[in-house]
Design a protein around this ligand. Structure first.
Ligand SMILES: C[S@@+](CC[C@H](N)C(=O)[O-])C[C@H]1O[C@@H](n2cnc3c(N)ncnc32)[C@H](O)[C@@H]1O
Length: 238
């Protein structure tokens, strides 16, 4: 991909990785050498074991309320971004709803794919005002403003004001709120809508209620994709 956003995304991924390492350093009691060894072991694990491995080492991999107000990107990886882009190119959505946008890394992947298609909108949602300011700056830099509609504020209030249906929904807020949020989003889904939810492995315990809800409903066909942080891929059947 070559576009005005490429260098920006490279920089944001680098920043996010550095933040994650700094978080791990702050939580870890061993030496730098031991931390480097853990990072190597982590990299060699299959994705579904990674969250558990970190917890066993006393390292939290979950993005939680405690991150609120701290200017962390908590961004998706480049691999996840590539997946989101491909989803857009394949499904050709008119409307995307992104729940939890932070400084806009996932928003940029969605918006760039919409630009490739030449139409469509991603509604981005974020509570933190400083992050919203960063997101606005980033979509200007990447020249994707026409494809992004940022709604600043609490996502539950934002969703309550939405109508119509969405072709793709991406859930990436604090994992213990997934189920409550999904239930609020349900009326905005149509048969064929796709719902993607991140952090199935990295927030394994917190997402159990969400996964259970999907499993027991005939309206949804759902599977966990075994890559990156674990992605719940849900198709609305009826
Ligand atoms: C994991 S980050 C999102 C990362 C983003 N998708 C990306 O790739 O850059 C989660 C974000 O959800 C936001 N968030 C959490 N609870 C929220 C709420 N109730 N309303 C709006 N935003 C919320 C947080 O402020 C945080 O920036």
């Amino acid at each position: 991909m070559s576009s005005p956003g490429t260098a920006l995304l490279d920089r944001l991924h680098e920043q996010s990785t550095a933040e994650t390492m700094a978080r791990a350093r702050a939580q870890f009691h061993g030496s730098n050498e031991e931390l480097a060894e853990l990072a190597e072991q982590y990299g060699a694990l299959v994705p579904r074991l990674r969250g558990r491995f970190l917890r066993e080492q006393g390292l939290s991999s979950e993005d939680t309320e405690s991150s609120q107000g701290v200017d962390l990107l908590l961004a998706i990886s480049a691999g996840m971004g590539q997946f989101l882009r491909n989803m857009v190119l394949a499904h050709r959505p008119s409307r995307i709803l992104e729940l939890g946008s932070s400084c806009g890394v996932s928003t940029l992947y969605f918006a760039q794919a919409l630009r490739t298609l030449g139409s469509g909108t991603v509604i981005a949602t974020e509570l933190d005002a400083a992050k919203c300011a960063q997101l606005r700056k980033h979509i200007r830099t990447a020249e994707v403003e026409p494809y992004v509609d940022l709604r600043e504020g609490d996502v539950f209030e934002t969703v309550a004001e939405l109508d119509g249906t969405f072709d793709i929904v991406f859930i990436d807020i604090w994992a213990d709120a997934y189920l409550r949020l999904f239930k609020q989003v349900e009326p905005l889904l149509r048969p064929g809508s796709i719902v993607l939810a991140d952090n199935m492995y990295t927030a394994e315990d917190a997402v159990q209620a969400y996964k259970h809800y999907l499993e027991q409903s005939p309206r949804f066909s759902s599977t966990t994709l075994d890559f990156e942080s674990g992605v719940e891929f849900t198709v609305v059947v009826s």
